[in-house]
Design a binder for this molecule. Structure first.
Ligand code: 13P
Ligand code: SF4
Length: 347
């Protein structure tokens, strides 16, 4: 039963003490979040992983790319586990290293040495390594603006992957017009652009988050009609049109903090992952909060980390067995750290 499983988790946590560390992303289910040692967005979790030097076992409650990042930022003695190997990220899966290398070859043939890669942390370690060895950096939703600004001090143009929306929304916010952006199609291996290609400032990979891309301008219009007093706040993985129609946009951390600091009685419609929106609603009974789309599904891959999988991962550690270990090879790690550390130093 659920009670028994929770009791076992508490027993193992107590037994392992400091040996065990449990970071959990905001989009995780409550049944897992209740046991987390740290809750955060992807940048915060990367930072706590980098700081923690004593825990031997890190049970990462989030998705695969986050566990890879944690493994690369921790020491060789520390072991990172993902309670369910199927907890991937559909956006990260939209860019593989072969397509990325092919794109880079074509883009550098066209633009020479005037382009720099910027990679959203929602990507595989191999693509972070590609970014590192080509002078680029990682970004997350909470530092994307700073990182795009930095990249433009390095080169004339940016190759942004894999989330086209975060790339477009951020570049636009920095004053780059849509006319100077083009979308790279990894299947056809080309981009469409009318005009002089040398005018392009930002090449956007044709990837997206199926959860955030699901919010529509109609959702915003409905809120405007039904609750004209509401402030609409969305994640920058939402489409350009939705971000433009909303009042505010920002990372998961920004959304959490904005609602926390808002006055009692204020009203909000939030466009981000459902598990988090439900938790924010429960934590703020003094505010009127709804989801921007009540029919939205939670992130299905985040949801794969449930109590039974989580307990299984802990029991494997208790029994001295291997379980779902996430281990990135040394060469990939070294190159990927170049791009991650460029971000962590600037952010
Ligand atoms: P952040 O945690 O950086 O806001 O990213 C959102 C997300 O979709 C994570 O998978
Ligand atoms: Fe990937 Fe979107 Fe899920 Fe985040 S919310 S893990 S970007 S699919």
């Amino acid at each position: 039963s659920r009670d028994e499983m929770e009791k076992r988790v508490r027993e193992i946590k107590e037994k392992l003490g400091d040996q065990l560390f449990i970071p959990a992303h905001h989009y995780q289910k409550d049944e897992v979040i209740q046991f987390a040692d740290a809750i955060g967005d992807s940048l915060q979790l990367a930072q706590v992983a980098a700081k923690n030097k004593q825990a031997k076992h890190i049970v990462f409650c989030g998705v695969h790319f986050m566990a890879e990042t944690a493994d690369m930022l921790t020491t060789d003695e520390q072991i990172v586990y993902l309670p369910d190997m199927r907890a991937g990220c559909s956006m990260a899966d939209m860019a593989n290293i072969y397509q990325t290398e092919e794109a880079w070859e074509k883009l550098t043939a066209l633009f020479g040495d005037t382009i720099i890669p910027l990679t959203y942390v929602n990507s595989t370690a191999a693509i972070k390594a590609f970014t590192g060895r080509n002078g680029g950096a990682c970004v997350t939703s909470s530092n994307a603006k700073k990182m795009v600004e930095w990249a433009l001090t390095q080169k004339e143009r940016i190759f942004f992957l894999p989330d086209q929306h975060l790339g477009r929304n951020t570049a636009y916010e920095l004053g780059i017009p849509l006319e100077q952006m083009a979308v790279w199609n990894p299947i056809s291996g080309e981009f469409k652009y009318e005009g002089n290609v040398q005018d392009i400032k930002v090449i956007l990979w044709d990837g997206y988050c199926s959860v955030h891309q699901g919010f529509t301008v109609e959702n915003v219009q409905e809120v405007r009609e039904n609750y004209p007093e509401m402030t609409v706040i969305v994640h920058p993985e939402c489409s350009f049109e939705v971000v433009q129609a909303a009042d505010l946009s920002g990372s998961t951390k920004y959304i959490v903090e904005t609602i926390k600091n808002a006055p009692a009685g204020s009203s909000w419609a939030i466009g981000t992952e459902m598990n988090l929106v439900k938790r924010i609603i429960a934590e703020h009974p003094d505010k009127h909060i709804i989801s921007l789309n009540e029919n939205m599904c939670p992130c299905l891959t985040m949801n794969r980390i449930d109590l039974p999988h989580f307990l299984w991962a802990l029991e494997m550690i208790e029994n001295g067995e291997q379980g779902n270990v996430i281990k990135v090879d040394r060469e990939t790690t070294e190159e990927a750290l170049l791009s991650l550390n460029r971000m962590l130093q600037l952010a």
